[in-house]
Design a protein around this ligand. Sequence first.
Ligand code: CMC
Length: 392
Amino acid sequence: TGLVTLDPGFVNTAACNSDITYIDGDAGILRYRGYPIEELAAKSNFIEVSYLLIYGELPTQQEYDEFSERIRRHTLLHEDLKQFFDGFPRDAHPMPVLSSAVSALSTFYQDSLNPFDKDQVELSTVRLLAKLPTIAAYAYKKSVGQPFLYPDNSLGLVENFLRMTFGFPAEPYEVDPTLARALDLLFILHADHEQNCSTSTVRMVGSSEANMFASVSAGINALFGPLHGGANSAVLEMLEGIKNNGGDVDAFVERVKNKEPGVRLMGFGHRVYKNYDPRAAIVKKTADEVLSKLGSNDPLLDIALRLEERALSDDYFVSRKLYPNVDFYTGLIYKAMGFPTKFFTVLFALGRLPGWIAHWREMIEDPARKISRPRQVYTGATERPYKPMDQR
Ligand code: CMC
């Protein structure tokens, strides 16, 4: 059936047209729907950015209010879905808990199964945006053995999430505005990144006309891996490892350069950015601000700064164009906010959700859409006769 081109990891193969996000990896440019990430980070908020990614334009005040209100109305989880959390071991990693709960939304909202019903697609959109923070907070509460908190819909999305995560039922919870603003900003920075592994997964699953919940659940599983969203946890584990070894940054860099199996400089390198990741520049500044405002004196920050400086002056990294990516400093911020290390990737998922939704919707409406079905180059055995068991 003709020639196929081998392209492992799709380094050079575009699978779709997209109007959502523009990246110029050499120039370090990232724009959502044409708006530079730096401007959105400084002036916008996560709900507005979600609207922009999903609907293509910045909302008017009325559109913004209606969108926020629709999300607010859907933050509760079905009581039966709450029971779901009890089935997992208490020390379960929260990422598979998250993807399982999102997958289960298809069972609670069976009206979501037709991907061409526009009203239902709208409903799935707000249900997901509203419920994922609640699911994430419940996963956290389960892991620490504390009672679940119902959403308080007088609060904004990020404030509500912080309260459901760190608050207690009978006590008022004061949301720290520095913390809420920093988390909102991090969500904006993570909100979309065109055809990354998890977003491509969402599109691929959706291309079979599976509904939004099934597709996003698959995306969460793709994000789990340490080369993708899992990198933010892996960076912190790396920094802790270096600290426990006496803080010797040089020795660690040598191990990376010697390509010891499984040893990479986590939080460095990117498939597309061959220059400083523009998100990393903003995150580094935020880390400085948040850590000093929260009065955190984390020795891991000093190790991270020394590690970055060391790598950026080393030919191994310079010649391969390896620069810090978005994950290099986020873990330090999440840690200062009080999140446990294995929860960091859940925060990435909360931020990436509007991007997944925007891509799923663009994919389903694309007249050029076809089911994803890559080809392969077969390298196995040629035809051979079956051997009975006693002759093997
Ligand atoms: N530490 C050490 N060497 C590296 C690293 C790293 N972090 N990243 C790439 N290299 C080397 C790699 O060994 C290879 O060298 P050589 O040519 O001698 O074999 C060269 O650089 C090219 O690497 P690659 O693996 O072919 O590049 P890729 O585009 O397939 O991988 C990446 C991109 C992000 C998976 C990779 O850079 C990596 O593993 N980084 C660490 C994990 C990480 O921080 N991931 C988060 C990415 S940003 C957030 C997200 O979107 O998830």
